[in-house]
Ligand binder design. Sequence first.
Ligand SMILES: Cc1cc2nc3c(=O)[nH]c(=O)nc-3n(C[C@H](O)[C@H](O)[C@H](O)COP(=O)(O)OP(=O)(O)OC[C@H]3O[C@@H](n4cnc5c(N)ncnc54)[C@H](O)[C@@H]3O)c2cc1C
Length: 414
Amino acid sequence: MKALTIVGGGWAGLAVAVRATQQGWRVRLLEAAPQLGGRARRIQHQGLALDNGQHILIGAYRDTLALMRTLGLKPEELLLRLPMNMQTAQGQGLRLPCWPPPLNLCWGVATASGWSLADKWGLVKRCAAWQLAGFGCDAQASVADLCQGLTPRVMTDLIEPLCVSALNTPCHQASGQVFLQVLQDALLSGQGSSDMLLPRVDLSRLLPDAALAWLQAHGAEVLLGHRVSELRTLMHQPVMLACPSWEAAALTQDLAPTWSSHAAALQHTAITTVYLRTQQALTWPAPMCALASGLDAPAQFAFDKGRMSGLPDMQGVIAMVVSASTASRDDTSQAVLQQAASQLALHDLELLATVVEKRATFACTPGLQRPSLQVMPGVWACGDYVAGRYPATLEGAVQSGFAAVAALALASHG
Ligand SMILES: Cc1cc2nc3c(=O)[nH]c(=O)nc-3n(C[C@H](O)[C@H](O)[C@H](O)COP(=O)(O)OP(=O)(O)OC[C@H]3O[C@@H](n4cnc5c(N)ncnc54)[C@H](O)[C@@H]3O)c2cc1C
């Protein structure tokens, strides 16, 4: 039996471990942390199962959904599926109906509440132009360049929140090309692809817990709390680096200096999730709502965790998400508390926890060349930062894991 060592048990490493086991590899997965999941995992706080950051999936995440099914999980039970909804708690903004594309987009734009004819017509014309151009653009164009001429309303209600939540990079710094690719997949790759999938359970239950059980049942070896600090001793068999870019860069510094410096050059942006609790009833139109965000009001979205999970102890718990966050933990917490009070009309708010992930994702900037999956003979890399179609997302991580196993299989047959 061929043996494979995987360094890191985030969603990319788990995708590799499961796919390689299915293909007959004897897998050994080494994970530094005491639990699997990496940047998408459960954290316990005062008896509540929270996450290291609120996540959202979309219907276009086909590989992630397929991986869940392989593990015996039922995405339709674990994820709350809603048509794309960028409306505020007061019902302003864009909401798509449950129809096939592009009818859903046309109707959503035509009926967007609070938008003028100029807002709607400008967006429709621009989407048509993007489609005519095959959703391609100059590699050096930012999202702001791409959207020049769209009305301020469309920018603040749709483009800016969409861009910062998908790419975790503000519009003027974000890659127009990657943004268009995400839009194309989300809006036009079949019915339901733009749907928002909100986790009903914590992130570990969404995949890593089941992956651990599946791997152990299929004979794979999973070592938790096992940090790899030296690669050479592992290289008597193929190695898959599924740790984040900065760790992979450090591990390969002497062995593959060019690849290593490429990985080390990636810049990162933070995401902060502020968990609040209220005794007031939440009456938003949907379990998730968009917020008007700016310097003093940093959160872009709020999530009603009680409504999403249906659990008694989560009633009144709200996750406020600040993508591309830059301020300190305390300043962000205070600003978000005030924002929730004013925009969500909540006056008895308790701050439960603030989770700052400083290197949540790589900064997805125009023209960025991402590291390749082949590091050197016998060593591959996978993860959300490795060259691929998606920005740093769960789907990007899983797709990269699957692609790395395909490359490994090719090399082992050749
Ligand atoms: C707060 C936050 C919110 C996010 N929101 C979304 C969202 O809404 N939707 C979405 O799709 N994506 C979102 N993302 C992005 C998504 O979580 C990541 O893209 C994805 O989890 C990356 O997975 P990965 O396997 O590539 O890397 P990681 O999750 O970083 O996994 C790497 C693993 O390697 C381990 N490791 C590191 N060094 C070593 C070593 N030396 N030896 C052994 N093990 C090691 C780490 O402990 C870790 O478990 C968010 C991320 C964050 C942080």
